[in-house]
Design a protein around this ligand. Structure first.
Ligand SMILES: *[C@@H]1O[C@H](CO)[C@@H](O)[C@H](O)[C@H]1NC(C)=O
Ligand SMILES: *[C@@H]1O[C@H](CO)[C@@H](O)[C@H](O)[C@H]1NC(C)=O
Ligand SMILES: *[C@@H]1O[C@H](CO)[C@@H](O)[C@H](O)[C@H]1NC(C)=O
Ligand SMILES: *[C@@H]1O[C@H](CO)[C@@H](O)[C@H](O)[C@H]1NC(C)=O
Ligand SMILES: *[C@@H]1O[C@H](CO)[C@@H](O)[C@H](O)[C@H]1NC(C)=O
Ligand SMILES: *[C@@H]1O[C@H](CO)[C@@H](O)[C@H](O)[C@H]1NC(C)=O
Ligand SMILES: *[C@@H]1O[C@H](CO)[C@@H](O)[C@H](O)[C@H]1NC(C)=O
Length: 576
């Protein structure tokens, strides 16, 4: 069942293809050097005027200059683990020479950081992806498919850039707290287009927004654990309003199996798109047959099926996939007026394939895109408009919750665990530094095959920290997987926007380590006080329910959380 669609050379070509289409992002990288940031701040007022007159919805300019409100400028006085890292051990001498913080080398086992510093590291370190709910031998199968997909992605990373941009690279990581600032900023500046004509739903959405913003403060609700949330009162209010108000219209158009066939994607690493589609279609509560009542319009396609049915091996091109989706949009926009009313901003899709950002960016970028590949820098994922989708590995569709849980904190004998294929360029660095280097650090390549992948699962169930290192793309099923097995996720994937980011306080239960801090990984982990670890692990167990798929969805589960992310985005992008 392992299907390889392309060889390395074609993947390389794909890489070039992606480079061409991501030039805008490369430009963005340049703009975001620290020096430039200050220049930009100086001319901020001018740009604001420009923005006001040229871009009524403010989106273009604000996304190019995300620092323009001053909030997003990196706080350079903040302590980062990188301040003590020996960068030459990660990059070679050229980059080291240019690095502004070339460092003192600390031996790997030095006691290093004080607990205070550790907390600050935890709070200011970078971001990563989601993991799945793996449990079986078919992990290998899924992973192989992913390999292939990954190979086709554009593995553009720091090392790819010239040494002259080294200082760009080190400043190029958006921390979680900066992402929160960006979210607030984008919300204020990039609203949906004004509807061409008004509808009763517009008022309902504005009303919901008002009620969420003025939510009655109630942090002692026994059904939700407040420390997990950015603001539990708002989340609760928004969720209640979703239950009470939200109606989704599902277009009937679209041929199977690319459209309307959720059962085709019930297993493997892309399963979240299939499970979402299945649950959405089956929902009596949220689905309406009357599009005039709909707050949201669902484009029910599978990105995985799109690839499987339309991608031509060795074609080095996604053009036919892009065209297929374009034809679909032309069809629904010609037949109905709904797309036209809002320019697509009340339309959404849910897609987990790595290619989704690139194949939807030309014609579907006005939609709310729920995507696993939530790379805030490289792939054109727009915070506040797009929605990070959890990547969940489903091995047993009849029983997606099989085997969840793990050992209690006191019996977790391994400090840190990672195993996986050498996708992308972060994992080789991880192994280079930590494989066979330290008995506390169980860092491996791909583990030998075992029945139901039991070795892998046992490590996850008995380690304190589960390392979620990015592969070819920022997302990985490991994040949800770690949560599934009560293991505190350590996310090493710069610029990854984690799922349910707009409502969950990720730093309260996960550790974010910048890619360049891999040499300090053990120091960072051992410097987290045991008391804090225990708190985080307890929270991992509490946040679990929000990542569980159920054959019949239940309140606050992953289906409802995904739908809530889309609802919340729709509400906050509605214009007054
Ligand atoms: C940066 O962080 C330091 C320490 O956390 C704080 O004292 C300072 O006020 C911050 N500066 C800005 C501009 O936020
Ligand atoms: C520098 O890095 C490049 C790319 O990672 C590698 O090919 C090269 O061998 C390195 N040079 C040294 C001197 O380590
Ligand atoms: C740095 O690397 C270059 C080649 O990449 C080499 O010529 C030079 O000697 C190296 N410098 C040091 C200090 O190692
Ligand atoms: C950094 O680490 C490398 C290898 O670990 C070592 O050779 C080098 O001397 C160190 N540099 C400094 C400045 O400590
Ligand atoms: C770490 O954060 C605490 C409070 O969050 C602050 O008091 C302390 O000064 C910070 N330490 C450093 C090294 O930034
Ligand atoms: C949460 O949001 C509500 C409503 O906007 C606000 O009144 C409250 O102060 C917020 N709580 C926190 C902890 O920010
Ligand atoms: C959308 O509406 C505008 C204005 O009513 C109209 O000019 C345009 O042709 C419509 N587009 C489509 C695709 O129906």
């Amino acid at each position: 069942m392992v299907v390889w669609f392309c060889g390395r050379s074609s993947c390389f070509n794909h890489h070039l293809y992606n480079r061409i289409f991501t030039m805008g992002h490369e430009f963005q990288y340049l703009l975001e050097t620290k020096r430039f940031v200050w220049l930009v701040a100086l001319v901020f007022a001018i740009f604001m005027m420009f923005q006001y007159f040229q871009f009524p919805n403010g989106y273009v300019v604000s996304s190019l200059f995300p620092v323009s409100d001053g909030q997003i400028v990196a706080n350079t006085t903040r302590f980062h683990a990188s301040d003590i890292s020996n960068i030459s051990s990660l990059h070679n001498n050229t980059s080291n020479a240019l690095s502004p913080i070339s460092a003192t080398h600390l031996p790997q086992n030095s006691p290093a950081l004080t607990p205070t510093a550790a907390v600050n590291i935890t709070l200011s370190a970078p971001t990563i992806p989601l993991g799945p709910v793996a449990s079986e031998s078919d992990r290998d199968v899924s992973t192989s498919v992913k390999d292939f997909n990954g190979l086709q992605k554009n593995p553009v990373r720091s090392d790819d850039k010239s040494s002259a941009t080294k200082d760009v690279i080190t400043e190029d990581v958006v921390t979680i707290s900066e992402m929160h600032d960006m979210l607030v900023h984008n919300r204020a500046s990039s609203r949906s287009m004004k509807p061409r004509w008004s509808s009763a739903v517009d008022k309902e959405l504005l009303d919901a927004k008002f009620q969420i913003e003025n939510a009655h403060v109630n942090e002692n609700d026994p059904t939700l654990y407040a420390p997990l949330f950015v603001n539990v009162s708002r989340f609760k209010r928004s969720y209640e309003l979703m239950e009470k108000t939200l109606k989704v219209y599902i277009y009937k158009e679209g041929a199977k199996p690319i459209f309307h066939e959720p059962q085709a994607v019930q297993k493997g690493i892309y399963a979240s798109e299939g499970w979402f589609m299945k649950n959405m279609k089956a929902s009596q509560q949220f689905v309406t047959k009357k599009p005039k009542q709909a707050h949201l319009f669902y484009l029910p396609f599978s990105s995985r099926m799109l690839e499987e049915k339309l991608f031509v091996p060795d074609s080095h091109s996604h053009n036919n996939l892009v065209q297929y989706l374009k034809n679909y949009l032309d069809l629904i926009a010609g037949k109905y007026s709904f797309w036209n009313r809002t320019g697509g901003s009340d339309h959404f899709f849910v897609a987990c394939h790595d290619w989704t950002p690139s194949i939807t960016k030309k014609h579907m970028n006005t939609c709310i895109r729920a995507m696993c590949n939530s790379d805030i820098k490289k792939e054109g994922f727009t915070l506040g408009k797009d929605v990070p989708l959890p990547e969940t590995l489903i091995s047993s569709p009849k029983n997606p919750l099989r085997e969840y849980g793990g050992k209690p904190a006191s019996e977790r004998s391994t400090l840190a665990f990672f195993a996986g294929r050498m996708h992308g360029d972060v994992r080789p660095i991880l192994l280079q530094h930590w494989q066979n280097k330290d008995p506390d650090m169980k860092i491996f390549g791909k583990l030998p095959k075992s029945k139901h992948n039991i070795n892998y699962i046992n490590y996850m169930k008995s380690s304190k920290y589960c390392i979620c290192a990015k592969g070819y793309e920022v997302n990985s099923p490991r994040v949800v997987e770690a949560i599934f097995y009560d293991c505190v996720p350590v996310i090493i994937s710069d610029n990854f926007v984690p799922p349910f980011f707009e409502v969950l306080n990720w730093e309260s239960f996960a550790v974010f380590v910048k890619e360049k801090d891999i040499p300090n990984l053990k120091k960072i982990l051992v410097s987290i006080p045991e008391s804090r670890y225990l708190v985080m692990q307890e929270r991992v167990k509490k946040v679990q329910e929000h990542f569980f798929w159920h054959v019949k969805p239940i309140k606050y589960d992953i289906f409802h959380m995904i739908l809530h992310s889309i609802w919340y985005t729709r509400v906050f992008r509605t214009l007054e």
